[in-house]
Design a protein around this ligand. Structure first.
Ligand code: 5GP
Ligand code: MN
Length: 341
């Protein structure tokens, strides 16, 4: 994989470009994609963003949102053709091709120059150029740094700055996680200088709840949270029926797992969500406990040290049973000096 700075030469002539990102994109995935999209358009390239799946309404304010192609909402042929015909494919905020579902094989086979910009662990070797840094808090800041390294900081408009700000804000847990270092604050300061309205971006993402979503949160906290103080672990197990009862939409469970992690003395938290073909899970941890390793070993997943995800074809209760066995096995590693009251 060649360093991303060398891509500047390739981008000198107008190119036919595809940008794609992971299944169920979050603010970093969509924000880095649309920030890059708007920049590349302004440079005269032909650009399309393809998302493997739909995404939450609270991300739909980003400039360029209405142009995003959702792969699993079309018959797939449009996306396949675009990927086959592309000169350059940017892969943002994911490190393994199975994160983009059926699109993954098209990207693998494509003749295009492939570019990976990402911060997840254990990247698959498929890209020709890349900016990959597991110590980076977000993909959005890696894209920002690429544009700056090309000498194009002046082309970052308010809209682009807000896309990147959204990615950095959410992937740092609103500047709370240990990945929030000096560079993060320096970059967001520059984004504010470039016009980003930080308070408004925060409102659009966090304070646009439906009443159903808040009621679901209340229900999940009172009825679906299980705490295992002796193992310093807690989790939510949510069924499809629960989701239906509260008219849940994509994104409504986002952030829920953090309530389990916020209990004083917890080392690892999980959210299990029943799906049509099994269970999807989100894992979070505090300190040295690596949830990406656990997600990979038991749930064909991955991610970061303190935030990872995966899925299994086991049903919800089987997944919960497996998880209970896992916390017993990792008893020592989960130890935490703070008792849970
Ligand atoms: P979340 O729990 O918010 O869905 O995801 C936490 C982190 O793990 C994110 O960085 C996300 O990209 C990653 N992640 C979530 N699900 C999966 C998965 O199924 N496979 C892999 N490799 N990573 C995942
Ligand atoms: Mn990210």
């Amino acid at each position: 994989m060649q360093e991303i700075a060398k891509l500047k030469e390739v981008l000198k002539a107008p190119q036919n470009i595809i940008i794609t990102t992971h299944h169920k994109p979050d603010a970093d995935a969509l924000g880095s994609s649309l920030g890059l999209y708007n920049y590349l358009i302004s440079k005269g390239h032909t650009v399309k963003v393809i998302s493997p799946s739909d995404y939450p309404d609270f991300l739909k304010w980003m400039k360029g949102n209405s142009e995003v192609i959702v792969y699993d909402e079309e018959d797939g042929s449009k996306s396949k053709k675009l990927v086959e015909e592309a000169d350059i494919i940017f892969c943002l905020d994911f490190s393994v091709l199975n994160r983009i579902n059926g699109l993954g094989e098209y990207v693998r086979e494509a003749k295009a120059v492939k570019v990976l910009i990402d911060h997840h662990r254990d990247p698959e070797a498929f890209a020709d150029y890349g900016s990959h840094d597991i110590h980076s808090a977000s993909t959005a800041q890696l894209v920002y740094k690429m544009i700056v390294s090309f000498g194009d900081k002046a082309l970052i408009t308010k809209d682009i700055a807000e896309c990147f700000y959204a990615g950095i804000m959410t992937d740092t847990g609103s500047f709370k996680h240990p990945n929030t270092n000096k560079e993060v604050h320096e970059i967001v300061a520059q984004l504010i200088d470039l016009g980003a309205d930080n308070s408004e971006v925060s409102r659009l993402i966090y304070d646009t709840n439906s009443l159903d979503r808040l009621k679901f949160l209340g229900f999940a906290l009172s009825e679906r949270l299980q705490v295992y103080p002796e193992y310093h672990a807690a989790f939510f197990a949510v069924s499809m029926e629960d989701l239906k009862k509260f008219n849940s939409k994509t994104g409504d469970t986002e952030g829920l797992v953090n309530y389990a992690l916020s209990i004083n003395g917890i080392t690892m938290a999980a959210l299990f969500t029943e799906t049509e073909d099994g269970t999807k899970l989100s894992l979070r941890s505090i300190g040295d406990f690596e949830v990406n390793t656990l997600a990979n070993q038991y749930f064909s997943g991955g991610g970061h040290k303190n935030a990872a995800g995966g899925k299994t074809d086991r049903n919800l209760s089987e997944t919960v049973e497996l998880f209970k066995k896992i916390i017993v096995k990792y008893n020592k590693e989960l130890e935490n000096k703070t008792p849970i009251e």
